[in-house]
Design a protein around this ligand. Structure first.
Ligand code: ZN
Ligand code: ZN
Length: 448
């Protein structure tokens, strides 16, 4: 870990020495140090809620680039500290622009053969040892933000206003953006006029980006369902109310909410991703716990599905003869809710035109909505009063991408143990595209 922090000193130098005011030349000069920083971040991932070193590295990098940096911003509902980073650079009158990176990694054991692959393991709260990996590429986002931060300092004569760079913890657990706002992010550091972010993707070659307007990622709602029964010997079902059978019935029936009760033109997904119950084969357990995720694009559909889950669970229990006092428990986890990610159409048009202007139309693709979720939309506030845009950054070696497309091969993607962004072209395009967008949005001294 010492080596990791020690390498910090090396990384701030490139831009300070660069005299070129041209963004491409600036990024060319800075790229070796960014790639080195990326590899160190990749080798040292930290899980959501535990981004201690990662946030410290980002804070130190941005401080040495000239930003006023606050650390340990954010508070979770249980009162624990979040490792948020807020870095501010004031540059005269003009708009206030928020640019966000996420910081956290995933409980995935890395299976790439990279020299800088993660060997980190961590113990979960339930005492299980797991591998930890930046399998969603948040290390690409962090490194990109460092490069953008430096470039915006070097190109200060090309924009006006205030940039607010955010290192957001706990994106994967969907409670990090909320933790920052709960710690009075905007009251303490100023309310931005607009907010932008990027996310890497295996669906595009490095060197390209994609963006779409409107609802781009579904809302995500976590629901816990506990089927309760009556425990007994496995050989005496007549003495039991078997929650394993009830859970099995529930899992099948609950799928008919989306397929048989919802309007087919309103996209929605319901997945049971986790089922736990019992200790051994000859004991009928007292309960089975299930974790569900619900994805929709509107509140009405979300409410209907949540009601359907409760109805289905109660119906299954009723059919099994479970007494009222052991009715299923259905709990919606408000803290894990992520709203729809909405790309404001007029801000998206400005972002797209900056991307096309810098990368060329042939490298800027249209992005389609998806059922995945993102908590970046939280920064736009419930009333969408702060326009937000997230665009996608191609992350795969272009030759590998072309060959996979030609042969119909699937490239390991986000959350895969074999996800492998190509650092040089991905970071170069990330820094150039995000810096160009930021400068384009901050041309005016007028506050929008
Ligand atoms: Zn992810
Ligand atoms: Zn991600």
């Amino acid at each position: 870990m010492k080596f990791w922090m020690g390498a910090l000193a090396l990384c701030g130098l490139a831009v300070t020495n660069a005299f070129a005011k041209d963004l491409d030349a600036l990024v060319r000069a800075d790229l070796p140090s960014l790639v080195e920083r990326y590899k160190l971040l990749h080798a040292h991932p930290e899980l959501s809620h535990h981004e201690i070193q990662t946030s410290a590295v980002l804070a130190a990098e941005l401080r040495s680039a000239g930003y006023a940096v606050a650390e340990h911003v954010g508070r979770y509902p249980d009162g624990t500290q979040a490792y948020g980073v807020v870095a501010i650079l004031q540059n005269g009158a003009g708009p206030r622009l928020l640019i966000r990176t996420d910081l956290d990694a995933l409980p995935v054991t890395e299976e790439t053969a990279l020299s800088y692959a993660s060997r980190v393991t961590s113990r979960t709260s339930s005492g299980v040892d797991v591998g930890v990996m930046h399998a969603c590429g948040h290390d690409i986002h962090i490194t990109t933000l460092i490069g953008v931060g430096r470039a915006l300092v070097a190109l200060k004569d090309q924009w006006h206003g205030t940039v607010m760079l955010i290192g957001q913890p706990s994106e994967e657990t969907i409670d990090g953006a909320k933790a920052l706002l709960a710690d009075n992010l905007y009251e303490r550091f100023g309310k931005p006029d607009m907010a932008i972010a990027l996310h890497d993707t295996e669906l595009r070659a490095a060197g390209t980006v994609s963006v779409g307007a409107g609802a781009m990622a579904a809302s995500s709602t976590s629901v816990d369902v506990t089927m309760r029964g009556v425990t007994a010997h496995g050989a005496r079902p007549q003495a039991a109310k078997d929650p394993v059978v009830m859970a099995a019935e529930f899992i099948v029936q609950v799928q008919t909410i989306v397929s048989r009760q919802m309007d087919p033109f309103i996209p929605s997904v319901l997945t049971v991703g986790d089922v736990h119950g019992g200790t051994r084969r000859n004991i009928i357990p007292g309960e089975v716990k299930m974790e569900l995720t619900v994805r929709t694009f509107n509140d009405e559909a979300r409410t209907s599905i949540i009601e359907g889950i409760g109805r289905t669970a109660r119906g299954v229990a009723f059919t099994a003869g479970v007494p009222d006092e052991l009715a299923p428990i259905v709990k919606v986890l408000d803290n894990e809710y992520a709203p729809v990610l909405f790309n404001d159409p007029s801000l998206t048009a400005r972002v797209r035109s900056a991307l096309v202007g810098k990368l060329g139309a042939q490298n800027v693709f249209d992005e389609a909505p998806e059922m995945g979720s993102e908590d970046f939309g939280v920064f736009g506030l419930k009333d969408h009063s702060i326009p937000t845009v997230m665009f996608q950054l191609g992350a795969i070696d272009p030759a590998k991408f072309a060959s996979a497309a030609a042969h119909g091969e699937v490239i390991p993607g986000l959350h895969s143990s074999r996800f492998q962004p190509d650092p040089d072209p991905t970071l170069r395009t990330g820094v150039i595209s995000m810096t160009s967008v930021a400068i384009a949005l901050m041309q005016t001294t007028a506050i929008p």
